[in-house]
Each structure stands twice: as C-alpha cells, then as structure tokens.
Design a protein around this ligand. Structure first.
Ligand SMILES: C[S@@+](CC[C@H](N)C(=O)[O-])C[C@H]1O[C@@H](n2cnc3c(N)ncnc32)[C@H](O)[C@@H]1O
Ligand SMILES: COc1ccc(-c2oc3cc(O)cc(O)c3c(=O)c2O)cc1
Length: 370
C-alpha cells in the first residue's frame, strides 16, 4: 500500500474502513446479482411463485421448479440473495410450537413483489436475458482495453466480436430474436404506461410512423388504444422480414431511417436515438422533420428515451440511467443524454421547440415541433 494511503487509513475510523470494505465487496461481486437474476429467469422462478399463488416455501418452490434433489438445498442461497436485493419478498414463518419444544424448524416463504411481478408470464424477462447475455458480458470484459486504445475506433462490443450489435442481429438469428423479444417486451409494458400517463400525446394524430419500431409491438398497442391513429412501422429489412401485422391499422415498411422516413402526422422514436451518436441523431431527426412537415398540419416527433439528471428522478432511476449509459457506450459508443445534450441536437436538426414529460420512470417522453 502506498505510504500516503497508509497514512490516510491510520486516520480513518474503523467503522468507516469496514464500511468501505463492505462497499468494495458489494461492487466487485455485484455481477453475481445480475447472474442470480439471470438464473431466476432461466429457472422460471417468478412463474413458479405465481403458480403457487404468489408465494411459496422452499420445498414447495423446489417442487414447482422440478429441481434435482441434489440442488434443492442450494435454492435457499439464491432466494436469500435475491430477496436481500429486493427482487422477491421473504417472510419468516415461525416454527410450530415454542422454543426448544418446537415441532418444526422456522422457515421462510418467498414471494413476488412489484419487481419480480414484472417477470411473470414472460413480462420483461427477455430484457434481463439480453442484458446478461454472453455477448454483452464478453464485451464488458473488454472495457479496460477499450479505454487504453487511442483514437475514436470501435466500441467494446465490436472489439470483442469483430462487428457492431446491429451487424450481429443481421446473421445471428438467436441474438436477433433476443433483441427483438427484449425490445418487444419492453414496448408491451411501456405502451400501457404511455397510454395511462400521457395518452393525450396522440390527440389529433391520425397517422404515425414508428421509426425503428422493431416487431411493431408499440405500434399495435397505440393502434389498439387510439383507433383514430393509422400506424406504420419502419425498420431494417431483416427485422421486418416475415413479420405479420397483428392489428388492421398497423403496416410494416422496410427501409433505412438515415435515408427516408415516410410522411405522417407524427413520428415516434422509442429507445432508438440512444443507440446513435449526436451527429447520427441530427441526421435521423432531420429525416423525421421532413416526414412530419409534409402534411397540411404541422406534425411532431415523439421521442421516448432517457433524459438523465432531472431533479424529479429518484436515486434508483439515476442509477438505472447511468447503467444504461454504460451499456450504450459499450455497445455503440452512444449515450443517454441530459436535457442540454438533447436541446443541442434538436436545434441542429432544425426544430423550434419541445416539451418534456418525466412520466415514464427512467425514460421521458419528448414532443418535438418543427
Ligand atoms: C433499440 S431498438 C428499439 C425498438 C423499438 N423502438 C422499441 O423500443 O421496442 C432500435 C431499433 O432500430 C432499428 N434500426 C437500426 N438501424 C435502423 C435504420 N438504419 N433504419 C431503420 N431502423 C433501424 C433496429 O432494427 C431496432 O429495431
Ligand atoms: C442491436 O443491439 C442492441 C439494440 C438495442 C439494445 C437496447 O437494449 C435495451 C435493454 C433494456 O433492458 C432496455 C432498453 O431500453 C434497451 C434499449 O433501449 C436498447 O436500445 C441493446 C442492444
């Protein structure tokens, strides 16, 4: 240990030192939280608890999961950790009888809470599986090397895999399905909240293009909630290929948003711009502006993405945003943006004004006017 650091340690209280050590252990082993959550999804624990009525003892949960007998004693360790981390509830069940004469040992019942309920019936489980996928984990291991390599170069994902994530979706059908399922599941859950929290955004909109709209989940939800809105989904040919519309008011168009966006009253960009550099965002938004400025009435662009650092956000939301920002840096060398970053991009793309509503947790909804 360097001399200066040793001197500092001598003047730090034992309580502070021990607290600091616990913090370091929490962070250095923090990846085990991600992998425990990954295991819970893979094993189907949220669904098993749901089938058991929302909570279960360990023996009942082991049976519901059909775990081999040799692994049953270890389930308590996984569940305990996930409960400590706030993914499940843990309620102590007192032993039958009292004290030493108790007929049974005390036990714990584990249950669903609002976090794990999001994973029941599929829910947003695909997002967990994508975030903890081997391709992402391998990319994260390249971060130190990526920082040391001079020049703009390629993101850590491309350093690890020799190509960008979107190039990988073009030929790795398993990864393509993982990304589409993850974003589709996120959209299913987000659509409900958008309708509930800021449905007025679609008032007066008769046509909408969901640019980079993936498998059309968001467009279908909008068309269902607002029957007056005709929706089209613009995405890359390999994403659109083989997709069949699940709603009569939704159609698919294969294309490149950098080249052309079809005209509409409104253009939606959900979780798209954070995959791109500022310069690319200006290009995309310029095409979107042309698309909404073609009709008789002035249209708008609707962005659903993070606006980092709003005072209305909790510490947990900020933590989710900065983690997502690291992920965007690692995958695309793109970023989550603060309001000032957004403002600069909007001005460069030729928009005159915007309105931000911080009503979607770690994301916000931005209405952007030509
Ligand atoms: C992060 S996903 C968001 C999907 C969807 N908006 C959602 O939130 O569920 C980004 C989408 O942009 C699409 N995309 C990427 N490059 C594109 C391009 N040049 N033109 C059109 N879509 C593109 C991807 O295929 C992908 O579906
Ligand atoms: C092609 O590779 C990728 C495309 C998109 C993303 C990605 O991932 C997530 C994961 C989440 O749990 C929530 C999100 O909002 C997003 C994104 O917005 C997003 O773009 C990752 C790889």
């Amino acid at each position: 240990m360097a001399e200066e650091s040793r001197a500092k340690m001598a003047t730090t209280s034992s309580a502070e030192l021990l607290q600091a050590e616990s913090e370091l252990v929490r962070h250095s082993l923090g990846y085990l939280k991600s992998m425990a959550l990954h295991s819970a999804v893979k094993l189907g624990i949220p669904d098993a608890l749901h089938r058991c009525g929302g909570a279960a003892s360990l023996p009942d949960l082991s049976s519901a999961l059909a775990l081999p007998c040799s692994k049953r004693p270890y389930l308590s360790r996984l569940m305990k950790m996930l409960a400590v981390e706030g993914i499940f509830t843990a309620v102590d069940v007192p032993a039958a009888g009292e004290g030493e004469g108790a007929a049974t040992a005390p036990s714990v019942r584990y249950g669903l809470n609002p976090v794990s309920r999001l994973l029941v019936g599929g829910g947003v489980s695909p997002c967990v599986l994508m975030g903890t996928s081997p391709l992402f984990l391998e990319a994260s291991l390249r971060l130190p090397q990526w920082f040391q390599r001079d020049g703009e170069g390629e993101p850590a994902f491309a350093m690890a895999h020799g190509e960008s994530p979107y190039a990988t979706t073009g030929h790795d059908m398993e990864f393509n399905a993982l990304v589409n399922e993850a974003m589709g599941s996120d959209s299913r859950y987000m659509a409900e909240l958008v309708v509930r929290e800021c449905g007025e955004v679609f008032t007066g909109v008769t046509s909408l293009v969901d640019v980079g709209g993936g498998n059309g989940t968001m467009a279908a939800a909008i068309a269902k909630a607002f029957p007056h809105v005709r929706c089209s989904v613009l995405d890359l040919p390999h994403v659109i290929q083989g997709l069949v519309s699940t709603h009569e008011s939704v159609e698919f168009a294969a294309g490149d948003m950098m080249e052309y966006v079809p005209p509409a009253d409104a253009v939606l960009l959900k979780c798209v711009l954070h995959n791109w550099s500022d310069q690319d965002c200006v290009k995309i938004l310029t095409k979107c502006k042309e698309a909404v400025a073609q009709g008789a009435k002035a249209g708008k662009v609707i962005i659903i993405d993070a606006v980092v650092g709003s005072p209305s956000h909790s510490q947990q939301v900020l933590e989710a945003q900065v983690l997502m920002d690291m992920q965007m840096m690692m995958l695309f060398m793109s970023k989550e943006r603060e309001e000032l970053n957004w403002q600069k991009i909007f001005t460069e793309a030729g928009f005159s004004h915007y309105k931000i509503q911080h009503v979607l947790g770690m994301r916000s909804i931005i209405q952007l006017y030509p």
